[in-house]
Design a protein around this ligand. Structure first.
Ligand code: PMP
Length: 443
């Protein structure tokens, strides 16, 4: 065992890991394109974009240059009382991109550090919005979310994802959220209309019961990521948003995972013609190079925080709010969208996904196949929930040993590659998936 692994074992606490049973972490020395180079001399094809963050590939010279040039100029400055060009230019570029969405535009950008904090800001700002507009006695204090949603690991974000199963230890400390059924669907789903009707009926009932108490609903547009790449149809989301907005509640689109092309359009909200009051972005915002996030909101929301006294202001901020290096990386990443025609690359990935998933779907252990943009996903038939985790673990080890970073979530298997991936690389991943799905045992 080399020094790094020995020291890691002695001093590190890894995220979402049961260290007692987990295998040794793999040490990565460097990355290039879709490939990670391990200290074990092996190459790993990054088919999960390193937890859904990487867009254009690892160590892309253009983003590396943007970060290093910015670092030589200004690495960080307090963002209260001060401002700087990378933060302002990035906000202006993003607002331009939000122009693809209908209705009143998202025109204001609040920076924070990661997906969870972006969600905290959206939740806090939506609650304070109603207090600012209606006074301290406002009844609009309830948050609505979908069952199976995941919005992050901080307390507010956990409350909105309480049904994901990750947060049982904190249950009593999480504020009450109104959960609605999520009509998860897949190719050839005969029951989708029924599920969507049930979800919309549940929303109608909630509005009838508590419409005047709803502050905001938070949704992961089109794809619930962490609960197993669960898709819903754009038309469902449109109908949901229409009813919700008519009740007066605000709409928060959490595009932390779906943003920046993952679903085929720059934002998933575009496909359902959503007009969110807030949008949260992180992960791919910087191309996956540095932690940075955005909570964007409409002008009318921002205006409700103005006034002569501080009490109306949003009392929120982080040490690294609007970090110039993160903003420079994000500007570099957005420029690559144009120069590398990233959305066309996503369309090409989607075509290959569809071709290979059609083949994969014929295998008896594969169920609920689904493809959207750069995301392809299916579930493995198991003997029950107890077997899900075991199947996921066995598959993961099998893929890692073949040099493929494919990391199932329980019995859900998905590919979410960076946009620089080649056809040959993607075919290699599908060949391994097919092989794993024809063998009787997952390991
Ligand atoms: N929202 C969504 C939709 C996410 O998928 C995630 C992370 N997977 C988060 C929020 C939280 O982001 P972070 O891990 O950067 O805090």
């Amino acid at each position: 065992m080399n020094d790094i692994r020995a020291l890691d074992r002695r001093h590190l606490w890894h995220p979402y890991t049961q260290a007692q049973t987990a295998p040794e972490p793999l040490e990565i020395l460097s990355g290039r394109g879709a490939t990670l180079y391990g200290a074990d001399g092996k190459e790993y094809l990054d088919l999960v974009s390193s937890w859904w963050v990487n867009l254009h590939g690892h160590a892309h010279p253009a983003i590396v240059r943007a970060i290093s040039e910015q670092a030589a100029r200004l690495e960080q400055v307090i963002f209260a009382d001060f401002t700087h060009a990378p933060a302002v230019e990035l906000a202006a570029r993003l607002v331009e991109k939000f122009g693809r969405l209908p209705g009143d535009k998202l025109s204001r950008v609040f920076y924070s550090d990661d997906g969870s904090t972006a969600v905290e800001v959206a939740l806090k700002a939506s609650l304070q919005y109603w207090r600012n507009v209606e006074g301290a006695a406002t009844r609009r204090t309830r948050i609505v979310a979908f069952e199976g949603a995941y919005h992050g690991d901080t307390f507010g974000a956990m409350a909105a994802g309480a049904r994901s199963g990750f947060f049982d230890a904190f249950g009593p400390k999480l504020f009450d959220v109104e959960f609605l059924p999520f009509p998860a669907t897949f190719d050839g789903d005969a029951e989708v209309e029924q599920k969507e009707r049930a979800a919309l009926d549940a929303l109608e009932r909630l509005i009838a019961r508590r419409g005047a108490e709803l502050a905001a609903a938070i949704v992961e547009p089109l794809v619930q990521g962490a609960s197993g790449m669960r898709f819903c149809r754009p038309r469902f989301l449109s109908a949901f948003a229409e009813r919700l907005t008519a009740s007066g509640a605000l709409l928060i689109c959490d595009e932390v995972m779906t943003g920046f092309g993952r679903t085929g359009t720059l934002f998933a909200s575009e496909q359902a013609a959503l007009s969110p009051d807030f949008m949260t972005l992180s992960k791919g915002l910087t191309g996956g190079y540095l932690p940075l996030s955005v909570t964007a909101c409409k002008e009318s929301i921002y205006q409700a925080f103005l006034g002569p006294s501080f009490s109306r202001a949003l009392a929120h901020g982080h040490s690294f709010t609007a970090n110039p290096l993160g903003c420079a990386a994000a500007l570099g990443s957005l420029a690559l969208f144009e120069s590398e025609r990233s959305l066309e690359r996503v369309a090409k990935i989607e075509r290959l996904h569809r071709e290979r998933m059609a083949r994969l779907a014929k295998l008896p252990r594969v169920t609920s196949p689904r493809v959207l943009g750069a995301i392809a996903s299916f579930d493995v038939k198991t003997e029950g929930p107890g077997y899900d985790a075991a199947v996921g673990r066995a598959l993961k080890e099998r893929f890692y040993s073949r040099g493929l970073l494919i990391r199932p979530m329980g019995s859900n298997v998905y590919l979410l590659p960076p946009y620089c991936i080649t056809d040959e690389e993607l075919h290699r991943a599908y060949d391994a998936l097919e092989e794993a799905m024809v063998e009787p045992c997952a390991s």
